[in-house]
Design a protein around this ligand. Structure first.
Ligand code: SF4
Ligand SMILES: [Zn+2]
Length: 350
């Protein structure tokens, strides 16, 4: 049974499989694009993977950030991830854990993302308990989100596999800073991903996120090429990622990959170490939306604002409403398993 687990528990963890042996006791972690080379006793940038006597171990396997009582996880509408073109109107049980492989100065989940696994209370939830919790709470799927799921790849893989065995779908909300090896190992068990792109310029990305941008862009292309439903979120931060040219380059880049990838422009709110600027003005978000229309993108949304106009889904051919959304409430107007009245295929996974 799941039980509260104080941060003082010894974190023995499990053997990591996303690893490559180097000379002597040194290992390379191959889960994320940092590709940390770790000597015995060293932890990676993410602080949850450690070389213990020459073996890479995931210290937080089965340890999630959650209230200690009640069924594990948080039930959310799938729209909240955000996933707008995947199983609309269903509920997804969400899990997150300690730490991260990025260090975003505006992180809204900084209470977990900037904590070592020993610094916060974590709860033991096995993959099977996660699945049982989803079933008990009537959720249709499981998501790993809140902090970066790449860093606990082996737990995600086992949880997603268990979820599929029980007929649940699976989702990841990720910064996309993962490797091809991660995608080979975990990807086959994942049905949907939302990849967060935080700007389209290398230098500020390195400075404000603590990691390079290119691996995230590579992941967007790789995921789209696989059998995984993909949506992309772009965080619009005033004076950091909102330059009109930058937005134009980003939207052209997505359109070159596939004009049907849903793109969510997300509103920045001051948080953590970035409180020197206001929330993104609505006009800036509207301008981003316009830029995406000009680039030829077909499904564009503006998140974190309550606007039906910018959050509903319309047929790109004839304008017919497919899904009407207010907040996270969605009403399916056009059955995704049928075609639009104009004949266009409805680009929504039913
Ligand atoms: S997941 Fe990334 S940050 Fe963590 S140890 Fe592996 S390569 Fe390093
Ligand atoms: Zn139509």
């Amino acid at each position: 049974m799941s039980s509260p687990n104080s941060g003082a528990t010894d974190l023995a963890g499990v053997t990591a499989t996303l690893v490559r042996d180097l000379a002597g006791d040194t290992v390379e972690c191959t889960a994320c694009a940092h590709r940390c080379e770790l000597d015995s006793g060293q932890r990676g940038v993410c602080r949850v993977r450690e070389n213990v006597d020459g073996e890479l171990r995931l210290l937080t396997y089965g340890l999630v950030y959650d209230t200690p009582y009640g069924p594990p996880g948080t039930v959310d509408p799938v729209e909240k991830k955000p996933l707008y073109h995947f199983k609309p109107g269903t509920d997804i049980l969400s899990f997150g854990g300690a730490s991260c492989n990025f260090a975003c100065k505006f992180c809204q989940n900084n209470h977990i993302a900037f904590s070592d696994p020993e610094e916060i209370e974590l709860r033991e939830v096995s993959p099977e308990e996660a699945v049982a919790s989803a079933r008990a709470q009537g959720a249709d799927g499981i998501a790993w989100t809140y902090n970066e799921p790449t860093i606990y790849a082996e737990y995600v893989r086992d949880g997603a596999r268990a979820a599929h065995e029980e007929g649940l779908y699976t989702g990841l909300v990720t910064n996309g800073y993962f490797t091809e090896e991660f995608l080979d190992e975990v990807g086959p068990h994942i049905d949907a991903m939302n990849i967060d792109v935080k700007g389209f310029r290398e230098a500020p990305h390195r400075k404000f996120m603590g990691a390079t941008l290119q691996p995230t862009l590579d992941s967007v292309e790789r995921v789209q090429a696989r059998d995984i439903h993909l949506e992309v979120t772009y965080l619009v931060i005033p004076d950091l990622t909102d330059d009109p040219e930058e937005l134009q380059e980003f939207t052209n880049w997505v359109a070159d990959i596939d004009t049907t990838i849903p793109v969510h422009f997300s509103r920045f709110h001051p948080d953590h170490e970035m409180t020197d600027r206001p929330p993104t003005p609505i006009e800036t978000l509207e301008r981003a939306h316009e830029t995406a229309v000009d680039a030829g993108l077909e499904y564009i949304y503006v998140g974190n604002i309550r606007s039906q106009e910018f959050n509903s889904t319309y047929c790109p051919e004839c304008g017919q409403t497919w899904i009407r959304r207010t907040g996270f409430d969605s009403t399916v107007v056009t059955d995704p398993s049928e075609s639009c009245s104009c004949g266009r295929e409805v680009d929504i996974v039913p």
